[in-house]
Design a binder for this molecule. Sequence first.
Ligand SMILES: [Zn+2]
Length: 76
Amino acid sequence: MSETDTDADTAGAATCSRRDCRAPATWALVWNNPKVHTPDRRKTWLACDEHRDYLSEFLDVRGFLLERVPFSEFEG
Ligand SMILES: [Zn+2]
């Protein structure tokens, strides 16, 4: 595990992971791509309300989505 493995910088201002979106993140999407990641690897995307469904569906159709948690409850 390395700090640089995470896409999201939870220590700073957390914004939506959707490209070109600067909205504050309100959701954390936890995912893993079994083709490239070991099972214990947890990648994170952050999403605003508007893009939560878009991003989670993107992951879900590929079978990558593990968890969707409110950002206020997200602990990394
Ligand atoms: Zn967004």
